[in-house]
Design a protein around this ligand. Structure first.
Ligand code: V07
Length: 259
């Protein structure tokens, strides 16, 4: 027999979204900020005899789906590690390919992101990035600046140590300019110099593809985050995995609360 659906319930919404049977996390304790290291695109491609670019392209589709899933359950910030400062060491052909993905993604998605009240942001160094991804990203930031829903934060040419070095330089500059006394340097003033100054710290870090490392990603901001790892390659990561990670996060948070 078919189950009764309560109008307006999550079950009905899930049914309308065509994912009946998908276990949504509890609406209480939704992590405010989820950060993801989207690993395994190259391995996914190699195992299928495809060029690495096919893995990156497929990974871009996962970005679309997971951003939707995050918005749907009320995550406030989704930070995605799209390109690290270490990624410049890859073959030039692969770097060139990766640098086309921001425009490609936004050419297809920007109108929908605007319609869905998503705010696009980027963190990382603009130095060294070609003009075409920068222009696409700047347009997306500008056209979504007044949106009030999910913040979709791409880490692009990002490295956490470089970010901390920049923060140290900024503090030194303020001290030298007489704007700040060195005794005022504390966790709060340092945090205020990071690209995440106005964001909550990640509650949950997800890394795909079986690697159990942080790899220079948000070292400061992840100090108290829950970490969740899966062997699944990023192109195969689905809403179901995302919600599994969040439900595990909710179980862990509830356990601490009981102590
Ligand atoms: C990239 C696809 C996802 C898997 C990981 C590596 C490859 C989306 C973007 C993007 C970046 C900025 C922006 C909008 C979209 C992206 C790069 C690589 C460099 F404003 N996916 N994606 N950028 N991959």
């Amino acid at each position: 027999m078919r189950k009764q659906r309560v109008p307006g319930s999550g079950a009905e919404k899930a049914e309308m979204a065509g994912d009946e049977g998908l276990q949504l996390p509890s609406p209480d304790n939704i992590p405010r900020h989820v950060a993801i290291i989207m690993d395994g695109n190259g391995r996914w491609a190699r195992e299928r005899g495809l060029p690495r670019g096919a893995g990156h392209r497929s990974g871009m589709n996962t970005v679309r789906r997971i951003a939707k899933a995050a918005g749907r359950i009320g995550v406030q910030v989704l930070t995605l590690y799209a390109f690290s400062t270490e990624n410049w060491k890859r073959p030039k052909s692969e770097v060139d390919y990766l640098m086309k993905l921001p425009q490609e993604f936004l050419a297809v998605e920007l109108e929908e992101l605007i319609a869905n009240n998503v705010r696009v942001r980027v963190m990382g160094s603009r130095q060294g990035l070609p003009g075409h991804p920068l222009a696409a990203v700047d347009e997306a930031i500008r056209r979504t600046a007044d949106n009030t829903g999910l913040i979709l934060n791409f880490a692009l040419n990002y490295g956490s140590r470089a970010e901390l070095v920049e923060a140290a330089r900024e503090l030194a500059r303020r001290v030298k300019a007489g704007e700040l006394d060195e005794r005022e340097i504390d966790e709060q003033t340092l945090s205020s110099c990071l690209s995440t100054a106005d964001l909550p710290e990640p509650d949950l870090l997800i890394r795909t593809s079986g690697e159990l490392r942080i790899s220079n990603f948000m070292l400061w901001q992840l100090a108290y985050s829950e970490l969740w790892f899966t062997d699944v390659y990023w192109p195969e990561f689905t809403e179901r995995h995302f919600y599994d990670a969040i439900r595990e996060y909710q179980r862990r948070v509830r356990r601490y609360g009981g102590l």
